[in-house]
Design a protein around this ligand. Structure first.
Ligand code: FAD
Length: 437
């Protein structure tokens, strides 16, 4: 076997939110961390709406002020339902624990760059335009990774521990053949940035708006530069009906939602339009001997609750503790990685219960409920702010929300059955149509 050309203690594949977070945390603890990113920051990425539970993570990473500079404050979420003929505003202040009641909307080119440079400032070695192309695990000696840089030069690097934070590329999951389509859900999206969109007014200007429509839902995310990110998340079968270019298809899709058309009537599309194929998948496991998977490299379901970046960064915090423990006490690795797996599976599990039911009339009615504040509603808002790991005091009321959901579903058996059948038809597999344009 040829000798590696360089080495490190921890090699991080991918410099998105998950990779940059764990690289900063481990470097801060004195670990020799090398993070490789195939692109160069700043680069476009989707996922612009954050959750209040991101805020304490920013503070711990020491990037709170920079996030404030690049973000616009998000205080809640507006749901607009044409079938209910109305809109409701969810205020994050109404969560069970409202210590963190605001978040930011960010441009991901800026956001990811702040996190990436922070990792370097904390002492991680970072290399851009360097793609990890191969990996070989060595008995009791970590792994040997092959990389290719932008000049086409190949290199071999030996690492004691590998962190896969490669996002949707799912490097290790594909390597081990353990990536699976989510059989309970599938989703595709088409999106772009608009100038001149009519935003909400006053202190809720930065709130996200969600518009339901026949084939899925739209996001409306105001950004600090004055532009607004608009995207349609739809069933993949709908995306397959596209006959025009993606730009025209996005405009035609927006035309199906009069409430959104109204908000965009003076707006101009100012970016290129991107479409993604089905992005709901999961990996069989989150770790193994001398490696872990973080964020989207492990699983992604659906963006409706803006949970992706928070789950990715939170997984990096849990991952940093796990890697540290594995390196310090290799004999404890199995126990430590089991604990880590609980964190990795818990977040997606909490959100997926809602995501799988989001198209049912009962769930829509509950989300659009405008009655008096109740403990049940507070429990729901606690999930919406991302407070899913502590569930301080609200677990019972969340259970009551689910009881109400089933009770509402049973009280309208015909509507529920039709929704269930429609969903079954909609999540049928279609040929993979990955990132286009
Ligand atoms: C349509 C859509 C809308 C979304 N909206 C939201 C939202 O509003 N809010 C939200 O929180 N989340 C949203 N998400 C999810 C969010 O984008 C992701 O969950 C989040 O970016 C995951 O972070 P990550 O660090 O795990 O992966 P990524 O952000 O994807 O970062 C992975 C990095 O790894 C690099 N990389 C990949 N392979 C290699 C390799 N072989 N070698 C070196 N580098 C590599 C990539 O270039 C990339 O920079 C959305 C997702 C989709 C699909």
């Amino acid at each position: 076997m040829t000798e590696p050309e360089s080495s490190c203690e921890v090699l991080v594949i991918g410099g998105g939110p998950a990779g940059s977070t764990i690289a900063a945390l481990l470097a801060q603890r004195g670990r020799d961390v090398l993070m490789l990113e195939k692109s160069r920051h700043p680069r476009f990425h989707i996922g612009e709406s954050l959750l209040p539970m991101n805020m304490p993570l920013f503070e711990q990473l020491g990037v709170g002020e920079e996030m404030k500079r690049i973000g616009i404050v998000k205080r809640g979420a507006e749901f607009v339902s044409p079938s209910h003929g109305t809109a409701v505003m969810i205020d994050f202040n109404d969560a069970w624990d409202n210590t963190h009641a605001t978040a930011y909307q960010v441009r991901r080119d800026e956001f990811d760059e702040v996190l990436f440079r922070n990792a370097a400032a904390k002492g991680a070695r970072v290399v851009e335009e360097c793609k990890v192309t191969g990996i070989e695990f060595l008995a009791d000696a970590g792994a040997r990774v092959t990389t290719v840089d932008k000049a086409g030069q190949s290199q071999r690097i030996q690492a004691r521990f590998v962190v896969d934070a490669s996002g949707r590329d799912t490097f290790l999951s594909r390597h081990f053949g353990m990536k699976h389509r989510n059989k309970k859900h599938n989703s595709a999206a088409i999106f772009g940035h608009f100038a001149g969109a009519r935003r909400l007014e006053g202190e809720v200007e930065g709130n996200i708006s969600i518009f339901w429509f026949e084939h899925g839902w739209f996001w409306f995310i105001p950004l600090a530069d004055g532009n607004t990110s608009i995207g349609a998340t739809c069933w993949p079968y709908y995306m397959k009906t596209r006959q025009t270019d993606t730009r025209q298809f996005l405009l035609d899709t927006i035309a199906l939602c009069p409430e959104l058309v109204e908000r965009l009537k003076d707006a101009t599309l100012v970016s290129k339009v991107t479409a993604t194929g089905n992005f709901s998948y999961l990996s069989e496991r989150s770790s193994g001997t001398n490696y872990i998977l973080l964020g989207d490299a492990f699983a992604f379901i659906d963006p409706v609750f803006s949970s992706g970046v928070f789950l990715a960064m939170n997984s990096a915090f849990a991952g940093a503790d796990a890697v540290e423990a594995c390196l310090n006490q290799p004999r404890q690795a199995a126990r430590v990685l089991k604990q880590f797996d609980k964190v990795m599976t818990h977040g997606p599990k909490v959100f997926s219960w809602f995501i799988y039911r989001i198209t049912t009339p009962a769930m829509r009615d509950l989300l659009m409920y405008q009655g008096a504040e109740s403990k049940i509603k507070k429990a729901l808002i606690s999930v919406l702010i991302g407070d899913v790991f502590s569930k301080k005091g609200y677990a019972f009321w969340l259970l009551m929300f689910k009881v109400m959901y089933y009770w509402l579903s049973l009280s309208d058996p015909k509507g529920s059955l039709m929704a269930w059948r429609r969903r079954r038809r909609s999540i049928r597999a279609v040929d993979e149509m990955d990132v286009v344009v």
